[in-house]
Design a protein around this ligand. Structure first.
Ligand SMILES: Nc1nc2c(ncn2[C@@H]2O[C@H](COP(=O)(O)OP(=O)(O)OP(=O)(O)O)[C@@H](O)[C@H]2O)c(=O)[nH]1
Ligand SMILES: [Mg+2]
Length: 341
């Protein structure tokens, strides 16, 4: 199987610009025999910021260019001129970018959630003082000046958490991507083997009154996902941010599993990963209702769990219209699921 590489986590090495040194100069003018100090201050170094940008949808560019630095400030000049400030660097990142120090489980430095939101990740150094500042009554010709301070350097771990309203959760091959393609204009890859979807993808369902529900198609989960099996953690951390979970079940048991057990196992995986997920609002989608065993399994599921699943045949679009009208009602209805952020 082809290696799976996720580009929604990157290690980033950032260096802010050093401050320019202050300088020591003296005025040398005709007819001014003892020109005073005239060395200017160094310019401040540029800082490094992350900026949320809705146009950017992955951290792919940073993966290719992990070293990012801002400009240093220039040295102070003659005639008390201050050195040029170093330009700050503004790195464009997708909304939902979480920044940690050093490594994957390092402390969180911050998050970029909104379009245009800026997060300072490395402070530029400050310019040193030129010798003009050191003139005193007893020292009219100071040679002192101070060096600029260093810009901050950091190793950061960036990861992208999807910001979606709804997350499709299910075993591989259950029909999540098919469903997303019917609910929205997204075109995820659909195929009859497990792990077709390797990267999470978002589609937007637009309601007749122009409201939008963002739905995330998340790669299939397998048992032990909470322990990191099958890249489970990579997927589960995306699920964490959605406000409503849709459990997509293969009611035909096409891959030899029992849909009722699937449902219980999926809920258990989420709970083990993050106990809060147990209380997240959810609905059950009973997919592949065209399969021979499906009706009997659905009856059993209803009876044993008390759930009221939405029956669908995603491939044919059956049941999709009901979902299209129900999802906005659930999201924006009288008692919508709680806002997470
Ligand atoms: N019989 C039947 N097949 C379906 C239905 N919905 C989807 N499929 C088929 O099931 C297979 C898997 O569908 P996908 O949408 O790729 O499944 P997935 O859950 O996204 O799978 P992963 O990305 O691997 O996790 C494809 O061959 C689909 O054509 C359905 O309602 N009935
Ligand atoms: Mg898929």
């Amino acid at each position: 199987m082809k290696a799976i590489v996720f580009r929604d986590q990157v290690k980033l090495y950032v260096a802010a610009g050093n401050g320019g040194d202050g300088s020591a100069y003296f005025r040398r003018e005709k007819f001014v025999p003892f020109g005073g100090p005239s060395g200017g201050d160094g310019g401040d170094g540029g800082s490094v910021f992350l900026v949320g940008n809705v146009q950017v949808d992955s951290l792919l560019d940073l993966y290719d260019q992990p070293h990012q630095r801002a400009q240093p400030g220039d040295k102070g000049g003659t005639n008390q001129s201050t050195g040029r400030r170093g330009e700050s660097l503004r790195i464009q990142v997708p909304r939902g970018t979480v920044v940690r120090l050093e490594q994957k489980d390092g402390p969180i430095l911050g998050e970029v959630m909104q379009d245009g939101e800026e997060l300072l990740i490395a402070q530029g150094g400050f310019g040193g003082k030129g010798n003009v500042h050191f003139k005193t009554s007893s020292n009219q010709a100071p040679k002192e000046c101070t060096p600029g301070t260093d810009g901050e350097r950091k190793v950061l771990w960036l990861e992208l958490k999807l910001i979606a309203d709804v997350g499709l959760v299910g075993y591989p091959n259950a029909g999540k991507s098919t469903l997303l393609s019917k609910l929205t204009h997204a075109h995820p890859k659909v195929a009859s083997y497990p792990f077709t979807t390797l990267n999470p993808l978002i589609g937007t369902l637009e309601t007749p009154d122009f409201r939008r529900v963002r739905i995330a198609d998340i790669p299939g989960l397998i048992d032990g996902a909470h322990d990191g099996v099958g890249l489970g953690h990579e997927f589960l951390r995306h699920i964490e941010r959605t406000r409503l979970l849709l459990f997509v079940l293969d009611m035909g048991g096409v891959d030899g599993r029992d849909p009722l057990e699937d449902f219980q196992n999926l809920r258990e995986e989420l709970r083990l990963y993050n106990p809060e997920l147990e209380h997240r609002p959810y609905r059950v989608i009973a997919n592949k209702m065209d399969e021979p065993e499906a009706e009997a399994n659905l009856a059993r599921l209803r009876e044993e769990t008390g759930e009221h699943p939405f029956p669908t045949i995603a491939e044919l679009g059956d049941g999709v219209e009901v979902l299209k009208s129900e999802l906005p009602r659930i999201m924006f209805g009288d008692s919508p699921p709680p806002e997470l952020f």
